[in-house]
Write a protein that binds this ligand. Sequence first.
Ligand code: FE2
Ligand code: FE2
Length: 247
Amino acid sequence: MSLYAIGDLHLHFQSECRAPMQRTERVWRNHEEIFRRNCARLLTEEDTLVLLGDHSWGRSLAQCEKDLEYIAALPGRKILLRGNHDMFWDAGKTEKLNALYAGRLHFLQGNFYTYGDYALVGSKGFCFEGPFYLDRKGRILGWDEENEARAEKIVQRELVRLRASFEAARAEGHNRFLMFLHYPPTSILEKRSPFTDLAEEYGAHQVLYAHSHGEARFHNSIEGNFRSIEYTLVSGDRLRWMPYKVI
Ligand SMILES: [Fe+2]
Ligand SMILES: [Fe+2]
C-alpha cells in the first residue's frame, strides 16, 4: 500500500488545450497515454493517488466529464485538489462533486482524507506571480503592485480554506499531517510565506505542491528540507508523468 502524488495533468479530451507549451514541448506529447501506462505499472487498487489540481482545460463540468472519467479509471483511490484552471469546481460546492463521483473520485476542499495515521489536508493556495519588471540581465526591478494587492486577498482566502482542512482533521483527533497545495508555497520574492507558517504551526510532515511548469520554473519555490518540513514539487511535466511516491 503506497501514497503517490502528481499534479497538472491538464487533460483536454473534450476541450481545447490553452497552453502553447503543451502543444509544442516534447514532454507533453501523448502525456495522457504515458501517464496512464505509468499508473497501470506502478499503482494497485490498494494505493492512493493525490492529484494536485489543473486536471482539465474544460470550462464546465460538462466539458470535463471525459477527463474526470480518465482519472476515475486509474488504479487505486484518487483524491483531487483544486487548481487555478479547474473551472468545473466551485470551491463552495465541493460536496456536490463528492456526491456525484461518490466512491470513484474524492475532492479535497474544506475536508480531509486519511492515509495510515496521516491526515491529508490541502487547498489551492496562491502566490504572487507578477508581472515583474526586469532589467536587461533579468534582475527584478519592480512589479505590478495592484496585482500584488489582489494576490494578497486570494492568499488570505486560501489560508482560511487551508486552515479549515487542518481543523476538520484535528477535530477528529488527527495530529500528523501531509499538506497539499496546487500553487507553490512561496512566490519568487519570498523566502517563507503564510503557507509555510501554517505548515509549521500544525507541524506538517511534508508539503507537496504543483503548478510550476517548464524547466525555468521548477526551482521558483522551496524544495527539500526547510525549517524541518520537506517541500516537494510534483507537477506532472517535472515528474515526466511518473507519480511521486510520498509514502
Ligand atoms: Fe498547471
Ligand atoms: Fe496551475
